[in-house]
Each structure stands twice: as structure tokens, then as C-alpha cells.
Ligand binder design. Structure first.
Ligand SMILES: Cc1cc2nc3c(=O)[nH]c(=O)nc-3n(C[C@H](O)[C@H](O)[C@H](O)COP(=O)(O)O)c2cc1C
Length: 176
């Protein structure tokens, strides 16, 4: 299946990036197509709440920025992976802008092929995931009705992934 990973970390060698790489290795070994989009390297503005997408835009966002690349991928994606460091108890601001811009594509209904979701989070302190989980549970599982494929977390302020954590992500990808 086509899997879209949205990487909300700006650190190319950080924890989130390493977790994604392990997941990707496993998923690709099982024959899946994995697109990883580094949203922090893109120019994606916040939602303007102009409602163009729900009126004369007919599902198209009025902002012609790098979000257009993600909109195109969402048309083919069966599984979405939201991956982010925890910033102030939630996903990074860069990823939050992308999620808000889903308003054009995923509201009031999701694109046809999208049916599964998973989350990868890295925080400094343990048990810092409630804010991100609130959105995951409410918006992605509840509202959109996506199938919950799992959540993977790590905590350390500097990149310090443990081999067993990376192995678990690789095995998860391979199990899909
Ligand atoms: C702006 C900012 C805000 C942060 N806020 C939190 C927080 O609220 N709770 C926490 O446990 N860690 C927080 N952290 C630490 C990061 O979540 C942690 O270092 C994480 O492992 C970074 O992931 P990365 O290596 O993938 O970038 C914050 C870091 C930054 C830069």
C-alpha cells in the first residue's frame, strides 16, 4: 500500500527522523511504497479559515504553497503516519499547520483510499503525549474513522534512540 509519513521534526538526524527511517526500512521490506515528507523543510502556511476550499474552491486550498505536494500524495495514500517531536505538549508547529490545512482535503470527508493511521512521537520527558493523542484520537480515529495502527514513542532530549526501539519500528513496518 501507499504510506505517507509526515515528519514534523526539523532535525535531520534527530529521534523522529531515526524512528521514521526504521519504520520505512521495515515497510519497504514488506513491499509498501513509503513517501516521507519533511514538512519543516517546506513552506506551508497555516489555514486562513477563508472557506474557499468549501465554497468555490471545491476542495482546493486557496494557498498555492508546498501543501499542494501533500494534497497530491493524500489522493493515493492508504495509511498516514504522523511523526513529530513533542513541542509544548503537542506536535510541532510545522506539522500542526499541515494538519490544519487538511481542512480542505479531509473535511467534511476523507479522500477515498485513506483508511489507516499511526503516530510516532519523540519527547524530552516521558508521558508527554496526551496533547498529541487528543488530536489523534478525536480527529483521526473518531472524526475520520481511520483504523488505529499503533503509536510509538521515545523520550530523550538529544538523539539517543535505543536499538530495541528502532527494531520495534522496523518490525511494525514489516508487519503491515
Ligand atoms: C520548542 C521545543 C519545545 C519542546 N517541548 C517539549 C515538551 O513540552 N515536552 C517534552 O517532553 N519535550 C519537549 N521538547 C523536547 C523534544 O520533544 C525532544 O528533544 C524530542 O526528542 C526532539 O525530537 P527530534 O530529535 O525528533 O527533533 C521540546 C523541544 C523544543 C525544541
Amino acid at each position: 500500500m501507499d504510506i505517507l509519513v509526515l515528519n514534523g521534526s526539523p532535525r535531520p538526524a534527530g529521534n523522529t527522523s531515526q524512528m521514521i527511517a526504521a519504520f520505512r526500512e521495515g515497510a519497504e521490506s514488506a513491499g509498501h511504497k513509503v513517501d516521507v515528507v519533511d514538512v519543516c523543510r517546506m513552506k506551508i502556511g497555516g489555514c486562513l479559515a477563508c472557506e474557499y476550499c468549501h465554497t468555490k474552491g471545491n476542495g482546493q486550498c486557496v494557498q498555492k504553497d508546498d501543501m499542494q505536494e501533500i494534497y497530491s500524495l493524500l489522493d493515493e495514500t492508504e495509511m498516514l503516519v504522523l511523526a513529530s517531536p513533542i513541542y509544548y505538549h503537542n506536535v510541532s508547529g510545522q506539522l500542526k499547520c499541515v494538519i490544519d490545512r487538511f481542512y480542505a482535503k479531509l473535511y467534511p470527508k476523507k479522500p477515498g483510499k485513506l483508511s489507516k493511521v499511526a503516530m510516532i512521537l519523540s519527547s524530552g520527558d516521558p508521558e508527554m503525549y496526551e496533547g498529541a493523542m487528543f488530536s489523534y484520537n478525536g480527529d483521526f480515529l473518531g472524526y475520520l474513522g481511520l483504523e488505529d495502527m499503533g503509536m510509538f514513542t521515545h523520550n530523550s532530549y538529544e538523539p539517543e534512540m535505543k536499538a530495541e526501539e528502532l527494531e520495534a519500528l522496523k518490525a511494525f513496518g514489516a508487519s503491515l
